[in-house]
Ligand binder design. Structure first.
Ligand code: THG
Length: 623
């Protein structure tokens, strides 16, 4: 990380940092003509380029420089590059998709030069350059929810476009990146993923600001609540997380209050009010500044600036106010696992035990397998809906069947789940033994999912590679108690394998302890399981009798010895040998869960419909 970036990380705790205002509104004031936009190079462009503001970094760099300088003179200490749309997807509307990296590089250099000049002329004043990264003109979530046939647009295409833009911005010398005006968290996740790759490619780490735009319903355009959004992007570990654009400073106040509990600095840069009938923004500096001042007064912000309709005059007022208030103190990370669909789900023992619905599993339900094979996707989605109705708080999805194209079915089904608001509300658990299928699912989930699962089965290298994918995709993860020697079935092996995996994840893969879920293997009781260690059937039958008990002891051990980690298990496995008797199965599950929860289990993959209260089970059977 550059020293300047590191100083910014420190500065947001020390004072309120002022960000610049709008670029577009300022450009309008220059009344530029089509030929200004075209410059020398694009005189015969078949499409009009007027409106493609980013191209001005190449064709009218003097204008962009002047705007940067005007904001710096007004008191902005972070200026944003003129690169909001400098990505191949947005630029394709002007036939300029091939110019994304070049424009981004030019944008970064212009802002860098303006900032360096300013610092030279104003010794002791530090200013920073933020690479502006807009949402692009397309939404991944919305494209898949309308079953968009546009197969040219998917996660990989979007992430590649972001990568090109961000790599060029970093090469051009930005101190940080601002992923802004986010209206779809899935796009934002692709941007965060790409930012990691761009930092790896350039060898420069830059802090991120994550800035979301809410609609008047208080949700993103693609339907998430603010809390669900924060859970979804928290893995970016942003220097600041906040709001921009939207419906003006006043309306943002309650959302700023909601942001105050998160362990990130808070940034806010509102529009100058709501757009009028002409699409213009009316709030003058005198009208807007008191509203922004109230945010500072209430200690809600660390970074403040303006979005559409704001000018250097607005920024001058904000800077004046900022000088007399303290920045918001940044709370510590509470260490709670938060998953999300369209709504957030906190996983903490104080709150609730989590039921993960098991029925959307082609290997665990003949009915679901038949529906997927027939292509009856609506009825398959109904299974998810019915589980949610019966109390499932997370939906496990598994497409592991030799007759199916597993990655493709995973993608298709998960895209459909995301399109049904009553199901999309809850987080997804992506369950597969194929890593390709897991990644395929993750690339289509708007919220914060759980990966089910990774293990040491294929050794440390593969384990860590998968773990880093999990981290960069922002998921929580189930770790099976499995290693190079096979499935852990004894208490000792279960705990040893989990402890080893825990250290690797925390120390080498950068996974937070509270995002790890151990699964110490619920095995069938009363059945011979091949432990693979060459022992005889008689030994193994004895082992199977102890197996459930050893699982319970392992739950307790993990909760005591691996701080923050969660424990889960697939409960229906337990009674596999008793398939002929449904009641006995349900009774076994309820009693087993009763003990597992008592010992600290956090969640389980269950048939949400079948729970029976332990007290209703006749005593002899219970015994
Ligand atoms: N741990 C983790 N993930 C898992 C498991 C686990 N995923 C899969 C599985 N185990 C959990 N899911 C199920 C789903 C269904 C059944 C068992 C476990 C089941 N199905 C009926 C049966 O086989 O009798 C089929 C009924 C039907 O066809 O309708 O029992 O342990 N991390």
């Amino acid at each position: 990380m550059k020293d300047a970036s590191a100083r910014l990380v420190a500065s947001v705790k020390e004072r309120i940092i002022v960000l610049d205002g709008a670029m577009g509104t300022m450009i309008q004031d220059y009344a530029l003509t089509e030929s200004d936009f075209r410059g020398q190079e694009w005189t015969d462009s078949p499409v009009n380029l007027k409106g493609c503001n980013d191209i001005l970094c190449v064709t009218r760099p003097d204008v962009i420089s002047e705007i940067h300088t005007a904001y710096l003179d007004a008191g902005a200490r972070i200026i944003e590059t003129n690169s909001f749309n400098s990505n191949a997807i947005s630029l394709s509307e002007y036939g300029l998709q091939g110019e994304a990296a070049r424009i981004s590089l030019a944008a970064a250099r212009l802002a860098r030069d303006a900032a360096d000049r300013f610092m030279q002329q104003n010794p002791g004043q530090e200013v920073w350059v933020a690479g502006s990264v807009g949402p692009t003109s397309k939404s991944l979530s919305m494209a898949q929810s309308i079953g968009d046939a546009d197969t040219d647009f998917d996660w990989d295409v979007l992430a590649a476009a972001y990568f090109d833009q961000m790599k060029a911005l970093i090469e051009g010398g930005v101190d940080l990146l601002v992923i802004e005006t986010i209206f779809d968290a899935l796009n934002a996740k692709a941007a965060i993923f790409a930012s990691r790759r761009a930092m790896e490619a350039t060898g420069v780490r830059v802090p991120l600001i994550i800035s979301v735009t809410l609609t008047e319903s208080g949700r993103t355009l693609s339907g998430q609540t603010l809390e669900a959004f924060v859970a979804t992007v928290a893995h970016a570990d942003p220097i600041a997380l906040g709001l921009n654009c939207g419906f003006g400073a006043e309306g943002m106040m309650p959302y700023l209050e909601s942001l105050s509990r998160y362990p990130f600095a808070v940034s806010v840069y509102p529009n100058a009010g709501l757009p009028n009938e002409m699409g213009l923004y009316d709030e003058t500096p005198q009208v807007m500044a008191p509203k922004v001042r109230r945010m500072m007064e209430r200690g809600l912000v660390n970074i403040v600036g303006g979005c559409c309709g704001t000018t250097p005059d607005h920024i001058r007022e904000f800077a004046r106010a900022a000088a007399s208030y303290r920045p918001r103190p940044i709370p510590h990370d509470g260490g709670v696992m938060t998953l999300a669909g369209l709504e957030p789900l906190e996983v903490s023992r104080e709150r609730n035990f989590l039921n993960v619905g098991e029925r959307c599993n082609v290997a665990g339900s003949r009915k679901f397998l038949r529906l997927i094979k027939e292509g009856s996707i609506q009825e398959a989605v109904d299974i998810a809906r019915s589980q949610v109705g019966k109390g499932a708080q997370v939906i496990d999805v598994n497409m592991d069947d030799g007759m199916l194209d597993t990655p493709q079915e995973m993608a298709r089904f998960i895209s459909r789940l995301g399109a049904e608001p009553d199901v999309a509300r809850v987080p997804v658990m992506v369950d597969s033994s194929s890593w390709e299928a897991i990644m395929s699912g993750l690339k289509r989930i708007q919220g914060r999912p759980v990966v089910n699962s990774i293990s040491l089965k294929e050794g440390e290298e593969a384990f860590l590679a998968h773990a880093r994918d999990v981290r960069d995709m922002g998921a929580a993860v189930v770790v099976m108690a499995f290693d190079e020697n096979g499935q852990a079935v004894t208490f000792r092996r279960r705990t040893e394998v989990c402890a080893r995996a825990y250290r690797l994840l925390v120390d080498k893969a950068g996974i937070r302890p509270h995002d790890i879920i151990f699964d110490p293997n619920v095995l069938a009781v009363g059945a011979v399981v091949d432990s693979g260690d060459g022992s005889t059937d008689a030994d193994e039958l004895m082992q199977s009798r102890r197996s459930a008990l050893d699982f319970l002891r392992a739950v307790e051990w993990i909760k005591t010895n691996l701080p923050g980690a969660k424990v889960s298990g697939g409960i229906s496995n337990l009674s596999y040998a008793f398939r002929a008797n449904k009641y006995v199965r349900k009774a076994m599950h309820s009693i087993f869960l009763h003990h597992a929860i008592r010992l600290g289990m956090d969640m389980a993959i269950v048939n949400a419909a079948e729970a029976i209260p332990v007290d209703d089970i006749p005593a002899p059977l219970r015994e």
